[in-house]
Each structure stands twice: as C-alpha cells, then as structure tokens.
Write a protein that binds this ligand. Structure first.
Ligand SMILES: Nc1nc2c(ncn2[C@@H]2O[C@H](COP(=O)(O)OP(=O)(O)OP(=O)(O)O)[C@@H](O)[C@H]2O)c(=O)[nH]1
Ligand SMILES: [Mg+2]
Length: 290
C-alpha cells in the first residue's frame, strides 16, 4: 500500500520555509530572501518516492494583514491549514519567541497532534539554546519537535522520517513527473522578484509585483518582457536607479539565473510601471489566490 499526504509549511515570515522546500526538492522551486514576506502564494513541491508521495505546500509567513494583498496571502495559509494532512510548523530558533510567534503557537495548539515542529537555523546557534525550545514545545503538547538546519540539511532526514511516518495511506494524486504546481511564467516572475528583494530596501520590496508579459522559448535563446509594478510615482525612480543602474542590476542577476534554468541565453527586458495602490485593490488580488 502506498502513502499520500499534503504537508502545509506554516511559520512566521523568514523562518526558512522556502529554504527547506528547496532543500527537500533538491532544486529551487520557491524564492528565498532575508526580507520577511517573500513568499506570497501556495507553492507545491511534490516529492515522489517509491511508496510515498508528499506534497509540501510552501506558504506565506503568518502575519497580521494590513493590505488586501496580505489578506489574500493569509487566506492561502488558512485554506492550506484546512485541507492538509499534516502541519510542518517551522520557526527560527536563533531568535527568542516574540509575540507573533506565541500567537501562532496558540493557534496551532488545538491541532498539536497534527503538527511536526521544526526548530530551524540551528547552524547559527549554540546547542544549549535548543533544549529550552524543545522543553517549551513539549510542555505545550507538541510531540514531534526536531531541531534542523534547512540551510545545511542537518537533521532533515530525521524530520522526513517523522513526516513519512505520520502521513496516511493513499493513492498517489500526481504523476511521477509532476514536481510543482507553478507555471514557468510564474517561476520567471518570482526569480525577477527575488532579485528586487535582494537589491532594494525599505518599502520597495513589498510594494512591487512582477508581470511577465512575453515569454518566448526559442531554439537558441529565451525572450522575456516583464513589467515591475510599484505603487506610487515616487517609487519608480528608486527602482530604476541612477542612470538606470538598479533596474540594470536586477536584469543582469535575473538573466544569469534564468540562463542556468533554461540552459540557453536569456534576453530580459524590464519595464517599471506604476499601479497606484495596487496592494489595496481587489482587481489585483487574483494573482495571490492560489
Ligand atoms: N543560518 C540559517 N539561515 C537560514 C536557514 N534557513 C533559512 N535561512 C535564511 O533565512 C532567510 C529566510 O529564508 P526563507 O526560506 O526565505 O524564509 P521563509 O520562511 O520562506 O520566509 P517568508 O517567505 O517570508 O515567509 C534567508 O536569508 C535564508 O537564507 C538555516 O537553516 N540557517
Ligand atoms: Mg518563503
């Protein structure tokens, strides 16, 4: 008999959920950055082994939503919590439990039997700091608590054994070739957004979205045209930069990574456009509803 299960990856922004997804899938599926609220959608990594298929659902970090966009992001998280077989609750063990973390912990407590806790980033802390976390979670009723490093892979095998153990019997729901739910076009837009997150500061990483308008995969090269939307006119020159240096840098970095992905040269054109207050407008929200 085979096993099949959906694992929702829940945690505060920056906990390392997307880093772990990529590690588990042995390839980049979800973008990563040192800024909170990097992931905005439900991103599946479908892992098929001989007798088990696991759908890891990478999700936006749990936060208080202030804009319509953030409400849509949080809806993804709640939808996933409702429909998953197991919750993988990840937290950054290199920082103390803050108010947001304890709030999330309280939300998950009633379902603690369905939760596996991964205390992440243990590569960056002293061993003696892990034990108090373990004790705290055990006291709260969470039975499976594993200290890991998503970055180096420490204890990830042990975490996987616990996950495999706890998933129900069932038929595979995806073909063995399927490894994600996201389209190539979406992936390209995310790679561009990742470079924006890396290179820009303050509100710019949060007030942008990327729309890939043209994606032509030709025999010799790939042609891409994408809009980067900001919310206000005043943000446009910041993103474009002095002598267009910022947008050029973002383009070069994205081109380099996409060249490796497509295994051929990539010709990327970026256009910075203004979509007034888009984060508050319902007509822009469809892109976050998945
Ligand atoms: N030292 C260390 N850093 C890590 C580890 N896992 C993730 N990080 C770093 O933490 C930051 C956030 O990682 P992400 O994977 O983007 O976090 P996330 O939980 O997906 O964040 P959101 O998408 O914003 O919810 C990045 O700078 C990662 O490189 C880890 O095990 N150790
Ligand atoms: Mg993420």
């Amino acid at each position: 008999m085979t096993k099949f299960g959906v694992v929702a990856m829940i945690g505060r922004p920056n906990a390392g959920k997307s880093t772990l997804l990529n590690h588990l899938m042995k390839q980049k599926i979800s973008i990563v950055s040192d800024k909170p609220q990097t992931t905005r959608n439900q991103i599946f990594g479908i892992l098929t082994e001989s007798d088990i298929q696991i759908v890891f659902v990478d999700l936006p970090g749990f936060h208080k939503p202030l804009f319509e966009m953030n409400k849509a992001m949080m809806q993804n998280l709640y939808d996933s919590l409702d429909s998953c077989d197991l919750i993988l609750y990840m937290l950054d063990a290199s920082i103390a439990l803050g108010r947001g973390e304890t709030y999330l912990l309280e939300q998950l407590k009633p379902r603690c039997k369905d939760v596996v806790v991964a205390l992440n980033k243990i590569d960056s802390i002293k061993k003696s700091r892990v034990l108090p976390f373990m004790e705290r979670f055990a006291k709260e009723g969470f039975e499976a608590v594993v200290p890991i490093s998503a970055l180096t892979g420490t204890n990830v095998d042990q975490l996987m054994d616990i996950i495999r153990d706890r998933l129900p019997e069932g038929e595979f729901q995806y073909s063995e070739e399927d490894y994600t739910n996201i389209s190539e076009r979406f992936y390209v837009s995310e790679i561009i957004r990742e470079k924006i997150l890396q290179e820009t500061r303050q509100e710019i990483p949060y007030c942008t979205f990327v729309d890939v308008r043209v994606l032509k995969d030709e025999e010799t090269h790939v042609e891409i045209m994408a809009d980067i939307a900001v919310e206000r006119k005043s943000q446009k020159p910041i993103l474009v930069g002095h002598q267009a240096n910022m947008v050029k840098k973002i383009r070069k970095m994205a081109e380099k990574e996409l060249k490796a992905y497509f295994e051929k040269p990539v010709d990327l054109e970026l256009f910075v456009v203004v979509k007034e207050n888009w984060r508050q407008k319902p007509r822009f929200m469809d892109r976050f509803k998945q």
